[in-house]
Each structure stands twice: as structure tokens, then as C-alpha cells.
Design a protein around this ligand. Sequence first.
Ligand SMILES: Cn1c(SCC(=O)Nc2ccccc2)nc2c(=O)[nH]c(N)nc21
Length: 277
Amino acid sequence: MRLVLPRQRELDLSRPQVMGILNVTPDSFSDGGKHQQLEQAVAAAAQMLQDGATILDIGGESTRPGAAEVGLEQELERVLPVISALRSRFDCVISIDTSKAAVMSAAVQAGADIINDVRALQEDGALATAAALQVPVCLMHMQGAPRTMQQAPDYQDVVQQVLAFLLQRALDCQQAGIAATQIILDPGFGFGKNLTHNYQLLAAMDKFVQSGYPVLAGMSRKSMIGQLLDVPVTERLAGSLACATLAAYAGAQIIRVHDVKETVQAVRVAAAARYGV
Ligand SMILES: Cn1c(SCC(=O)Nc2ccccc2)nc2c(=O)[nH]c(N)nc21
């Protein structure tokens, strides 16, 4: 199993890969000029790559519960300088975390290799644009919108409903011209799910893997850990490592995290048990 990337590169998914989170939203940097922020992002990227991340996820729109929408120009000016700087310095895989078609095109042109869309290409023009760009896409499930999604998440059967949504979106993508082997599925932990929903999805990770599509799991430092353990976001490393280990052992191929060094080690243990040393 592998993803075909631009510029004759590819990403081998026969073993789980760690995706480092590179947030470029203003609340993710100590204040300082644009240049300083770019330097900080490049330094953080270098550290994550040194620690074993093979993918860096760049996002300009905060999708935290209650977050407001971000304008196109604002999102572009946050992500493009960072993508260009990373592309010119590192040979890593870069994913662009966006739902806007215009950001997808500009980001891929600047050097991004994968589209990571928390809205599963449902925004205007997103599906056609992603198909035209011919890069791998991650389709994530979200119930509702970031501003409202955590008010009252509700499902008859969260696993069945999330999986059915993702399989349908994957078919929509294939009909638009995206190859099945270029489609990654993601249950969207914390996006319109309560604590029980999140752990039912984690327990059913093998069902998503059995779909045959690559699976991305993103639970790092999320409230599904904070609420369960009653710990603040700064005390969620152990819980995050447990989630990453469970997901990798169940066969998830991409694990999206903040704490790269520790997760690379934990995922390597899980992979040794599942695939052999
Ligand atoms: C962009 N993005 C996000 S942002 C939310 C987040 O990290 N919240 C958060 C981070 C730290 C603490 C509390 C909450 N989560 C996913 C995911 O699970 N899958 C994919 N594919 N993309 C994703």
C-alpha cells in the first residue's frame, strides 16, 4: 500500500507513518513578526522530522469546537509562506489541512503533497479541484460544523454511520476521477462526537482498516483524552500515546500527533506486534 505523490515521489504505507502537526494559526505562536513566526515554524518542522515524522500537516484554520471561520486571504497568507519554506528545505511529505478549493490549489502549487480536508471535500469546488490536482486526499468525518458540532452530537450507530459516510464520499471521489488508492479515510475524532462516540470509534478502528482504504487517526491531546483522564492539554501525552498505539495496532497507516518523538517509538512497538519486527 502506497500513496503516489507529485514530482515522482511516493509514501509507503506498509508500516504506520507519523504525521506531525504544524499549526500556523496565530494562537499557536508567541507573538512576533511574520518572519519570526516563519522561523519558528521551520524550526518546529526540522525538530519533528528529526524525531521521525514523515508527514507534516500544515493548517491555517483552527477547527477547534467553537472556532469561527477563517477568510480565504487570511488562510493563504498563513500557510503558503510555510509550505514554500518547508519545500525548499526538506524532502518530507507535506499535507495541507484545508477545506477551501483555492487554498488546495495554491498549497499544492507551493509544494504540498496531500490534501487533508476535515470537511471531506464538501465545500464549493473542493471535489473537482482535488481531482484536478491529482494528489492523495484524506476524507474526514465531521457531524455539523466546528462552531456547533460539540453542542449535542447524536447517532443511532456512530461506527456504522461514520463508516457509511466515508465510503460514500470515497465513491464520490472516485466518480470525480480520484483513484481509490489515493483516498485516505478518517473517522474524525472529536468532530461532532461525545466521549462515548470517540471510544466506540477507536474500538472499531479495525472496521475502518478492513475497508481497504488507508486510515488516518488523529486523537493527539484531544478532549477524548482530557475528559476521560480529567487532565489539561499539557498532561495528555500518555493518553495520546495509548491512542496512537491502539490505532496503529489496529492497522491505521497515518497517525496525526503533536508529540512526534514519543509517538514514533510507541507506533514502532505497535507495528512490530502487528506486522513483525
Ligand atoms: C486538522 N485536523 C484536526 S484539528 C483538531 C485538533 O487537533 N484539535 C485539538 C488539538 C489539541 C488539543 C485539543 C484539540 N484534527 C484532525 C483529525 O483528527 N484528522 C485529520 N485528518 N485532520 C485533523
